[in-house]
Design a protein around this ligand. Structure first.
Ligand SMILES: Nc1nc2c(c(CN[C@H]3C=C[C@H](O)[C@@H]3O)cn2[C@@H]2O[C@H](COP(=O)(O)O)[C@@H](O)[C@H]2O)c(=O)[nH]1
Length: 381
């Protein structure tokens, strides 16, 4: 097991996310990065580097993704990625939504919901209408975000707020084409536009103090918690109380995934043409870190694993949450640097592979994998 060294990563194109997280890589206490060869091997087996940078054909083949390519697809993606978080109920059952007689779960339930709404004439992509209850009443959105079992989706009010904010932004800025074109094919500029204008996309937190980022880096890293470590070693790191003054950690999961999905949907052309798609990191959510842990690419300390296995909650902005997300990003950055495959393409491969392990009887907590996901209630993933 080795941590991703800063030196090894020095040739990876940097964005704000990796710049903020890279110094953490040698400081992780609850998560180790190792098994990079496993991911390298998987990518060598499943990814043809002579093919497109991102699998557009695969993207279009998902039944709930649009099969066509025009401006309405960019509109659809802005709505989807504004709502792209938290598809599990407190009892670990997935959100479920029916469309055309099929029960979709998790993320695909979101796509089914937006597709149902559009079919029913709800003007989800008419930005003026979306921006206020006089265009789309709250009650319509509340019923959209109620699943087929009659249960409200988690964070229902936050979803409505995020949609209103999106509607207001896009109606005042000329719509999706205008916003995307104003970024001149620069992926990082589009991420920055989204996080500047839309608070719901601003996926950053104050660095928890015990993830010390002292410039000297000379302090000893605390010991790796073992199976016999008291649970308090994990629970003490759950509260985001102490913070490293002035240091922000940035993850920007939903903003970055929107860029990658535009690239996939538009086959890296027109609204999906970004000259620096390689510069965005993987999208640290609750599924891909779990998949990386399942594969052995990252490893959770026994104390952390025991906490996750019993369904313990992870608080947004806590040390363990930051560590799991940062380690996932670090591992994929390193494999991207070694293989030349973009972090986004590696991420999409992992997410799709994880989906193939799932079946209708899986709880959202395990979703068919050996290691559980981390339960974190957040609007960011
Ligand atoms: N890292 C990463 N996370 C992703 C996606 C996607 C879907 N992306 C589209 C692009 C390529 C694919 O082929 C899809 O067309 C959703 N998620 C996240 O997963 C979680 C939901 O999981 P579950 O409850 O099991 O359905 C939730 O946090 C959601 O935000 C991805 O690609 N990468």
């Amino acid at each position: 097991m080795s941590a991703v060294s800063e030196a090894q990563c020095s040739d990876i194109p940097e964005n704000e996310v990796w710049r903020s997280l890279r110094p953490l890589m040698s400081r992780l206490r609850h998560v180790r990065v190792g098994g990079l060869h496993i991911l390298e091997q998987l990518m060598a087996e499943h990814y043809d580097p002579t093919q497109a940078t991102i699998d557009s054909e695969g993207w279009h083949s998902h039944p709930q993704n649009p099969s066509h390519t025009d401006d309405s697809v960019a509109d659809w993606l802005f709505v989807i990625d504004t709502l792209n978080f938290g598809f599990w109920h407190d009892d670990n059952s997935p959100v479920r939504v029916e469309r055309d007689g099929v029960a979709y779960r998790g993320y695909w339930a979101l796509c089914a919901t937006v597709n149902n709404a559009l079919d029913q004439g709800v003007p989800m992509c008419d930005w003026e209408s979306l921006s206020s209850p006089s265009g789309i009443p709250d009650s319509t959105l509340v019923s959209l975000f109620t699943d087929m079992d009659g249960r409200p989706w988690p964070l229902q009010a936050e979803r409505i707020h995020a949609l209103r904010e999106l509607g207001a932004f896009l109606s005042s800025s000329g719509g999706t084409r205008s916003v995307i074109e104003s970024c001149h094919n620069d992926a990082l500029s589009l991420v920055s536009t989204l996080t500047t204008h839309l608070s719901s996309f601003r996926d950053s937190c104050a660095c928890p103090g015990s993830l010390s980022l002292s410039p000297s880096g000379t302090e000893a890293v605390p010991p790796y918690p073992s199976a016999s470590t008291p649970e308090s070693v994990v629970t003490d790191t759950l509260a985001p109380t102490e913070v490293e003054e002035g240091v922000t950690l940035t993850f920007n999961k939903r903003a970055q995934i929107l860029v990658a999905e535009l690239a996939a949907a538009f086959d890296c052309k027109d609204l999906g043409a970004f000259h620096n798609l390689h510069s965005i990191t993987m999208f640290a959510d609750y599924r891909v870190p779990q998949m990386l842990a399942h594969l052995g690419v990252i490893e959770y300390s026994p104390a952390l694993l025991a906490w996750l296995e019993k369904g313990g909650d992870v608080i947004p902005g806590s040390v363990v949450e930051c560590e799991m997300r940062a380690a996932s990003i670090g591992a994929v950055q390193e494999v991207a640097a070694k293989t030349g495959i973009s972090p986004a393409a590696i991420d999409f491969y992992l997410w799709d592979a994880c989906k193939r392990e799932q079946n209708p009887s899986n709880s959202a907590l395990y979703a068919g994998l050996k290691v559980p996901m981390h339960r974190c209630r957040t609007i960011f993933y």
